[in-house]
Design a protein around this ligand. Sequence first.
Ligand code: GDP
Ligand code: MG
Length: 446
Amino acid sequence: NLTQRLAKVVKTIRGEARLTEANTAEMLREVRLALLEADVALPVVRNFIGKVREKAMGKEVMDSLSPGQALVGVVQQELASIMGADLGEKASQLNFSTQPPAIILMAGLQGVGKTTTVGKLARYLRQDKKKKVLTVSTDVYRPAAIKQLEMVSGQSGADFFRTESSEQPIAIAQAALDYAKRHFYDVLIVDTAGRLGIDEQMMQEISGLHQALSPIETLFVVDAMLGQDAINVAKSFNDALPLTGIVLTKLDGDARGGAALSVRHITGKPVKFVGVSEKLDGLEAFDPVRMANRILGMGDILALVEEARKNVDLKAAKELEKKLKVGGRFDLNDFKAQLEQMNNMGGLSGMLDKMPAQFRLAAQGANMEQANKHVGRMAGIINSMTPQERAKPELIKASRKRRIAAGAGVQVQEVNRLLSQFEQVQSMMKKIKNGGMMKLMRGLKG
Ligand code: GDP
Ligand code: MG
């Protein structure tokens, strides 16, 4: 499982200041495997890894917590940007800038969810966009498919243009278009037949439909479970038709959604929607960042990286590093600053919440709530010390301990415990050349 793999690698390459060939090679190998596991097509994986390597090399990791996390960040960003994060929200929206009716032509293999998606789109356009919608089926080979469209259209609130299966697809589509024009529909959605595999006749039929209708949107519907095959199917459709967008269906299943990346890579067209259930409300706007996370299967480890980036007080961390490097001492003020940074990250349990399940399981033995309270009390104890005591903890003998304990409202033993914990951290800090928050926090937890 990728989460475990990456976590392992993140751990092994912690503590270096720069991303290099050496420290990223292993990590990239894991990312590569993860993408293949998520059914991203091999050539797409190669291309992607190459891009990430290029972006990552020599990147300073000062502004993040470890090289491993920095690389995870690069991977996630690159993945999201390939999938359209850079294109902006508009990329996932339907284009209506045409003389009405705006025609939407559906393309894709049989069983991928075209007819269902017509119903979903019709519902979305009716309810959210207040459009007047007409649907029509050109699937003359399967009368049941025409009935199916009639049914979902009814459920969606759209009107359905009746077809006889004895007619030709192009003639049907043209009749529907005429009707839509005469009755001032905003949108005409044209459902088409699919084959189980790519074949000439099917491609000719749909490109004939495209020529006859000049749709403003030609949506390629692809099943997320299609896996490695997605790339070939996408290529055939993209060669035959000027696609304008992609709908990725059945994302509610187990599929990790690698097809999104493959199809996006091959067609260069934005994924506009994803299907997340059989029901008509199971359509969502495509979210590149969420998709990137899903493909990588990294749980919320990325959210943790993000949060850490935002919350860690870089300046303070760097000052501490500098101080330690010039032979300065790690004192209780530094200790307190570290505790506070940890609190900024939502405390120990807050951090664990964002970790993948494996981490949480591992931490189950520990009582996190108590640990959090403990961190708060430690800070309270340090607050009760004088600046002099914080700078020179060895001053703190019995009578001072009693005073501090009373000030903080704790027992003297707790002051002792804090001091011995501090000493542990202090000796650890001596060993750590590069300083760094995560190291310190891991030390505290362990
Ligand atoms: P078409 O042959 O391309 O028109 O495919 P259909 O629309 O008839 O869908 C084929 C099957 O996939 C049906 O059983 C649908 O209910 C199901 N389906 C379509 N989209 C989704 C989806 O997003 N999630 C799930 N779980 N099932 C879907
Ligand atoms: Mg159908």
